[in-house]
Design a protein around this ligand. Structure first.
Ligand SMILES: C[S@@+](CC[C@H](N)C(=O)[O-])C[C@H]1O[C@@H](n2cnc3c(N)ncnc32)[C@H](O)[C@@H]1O
Length: 195
């Protein structure tokens, strides 16, 4: 279905039902749960590009964290709100999210950053750094290699800036890379923290 207005979700709104039906609910869970063990009990976490919230926000909510979700797809955020009626949720392009004007103990961006143009990725990393409380944690997924590819679902271009550039962007934003991981779906994770 073609949309009659610019699609801030990078093609996910028109493919929302297919994505929600096909998102493997196991992929990423173990890695995110392990990362969350480093957070204080009840920590506030902002999930950028949260989708329907399954499985990432879900395991964090179940872990007792105070999760906020933002996604540019109205259908995704409607599903998120239905699943987590008390969790604050915002339908917005990440660049314009009002949640990024608040402060959080942690921010997670699973499957989001590489959907954005390179300059927008740098801008989001800067905004995340400013939104984090001291000692706050940032986890995002993106390939370790610098590469471009077509998203299988949306057929839009995805851009990984690669390890060296992500490291530089984190450093420029005042964040330190503290770890990396890979999951069962071959997704690569960058884990950073704010001093
Ligand atoms: C690959 S999906 C990942 C969804 C979820 N994090 C998960 O683990 O299943 C990418 C999500 O990012 C959202 N998205 C894409 N571009 C966005 C943007 N510029 N601002 C906010 N959300 C965006 C899409 O609507 C979609 O829900």
């Amino acid at each position: 279905m073609a949309l009659g207005f610019p699609d801030a979700s990078n093609g996910y709104e028109e493919n929302a039902e297919i994505f929600m039906a096909s998102r493997n609910p196991r992929i990423g869970v173990a890695t995110v749960l392990e990362w969350s063990e480093s957070l204080p009990h009840g920590a506030s976490i902002l999930d950028l590009g949260c989708g329907s919230g399954v499985p990432i926000s879900q395991v964090l909510v179940e872990g007792g964290f105070a999760v906020h979700g933002v996604d540019a797809s109205p259908r995704m955020i409607a599903a998120f709100r239905q699943r987590f009626p008390t969790a604050p949720a915002e339908c917005a392009e990440v660049a314009h999210s009002t949640f990024l004007n608040r402060n959080f103990d942690a921010v997670i961006a699973w499957g989001l950053l590489f959907l954005l143009p390179a300059d927008a990725q740098a801008s989001v990393i800067g905004k995340v750094a400013r939104a984090l409380n001291g000692g706050g944690k940032f986890l995002f997924t993106a390939p370790r290699e610098a590469l471009r590819w077509r998203d299988v679902l949306t057929e839009r271009e995805s851009i990984s800036l690669g390890y060296e550039q992500y490291l530089q962007l984190l450093h420029d934003a005042g964040l330190a890379l503290t770890g990396e991981a890979s999951d069962e779906g071959e997704n690569h994770y960058y884990m950073a923290s704010k001093p």
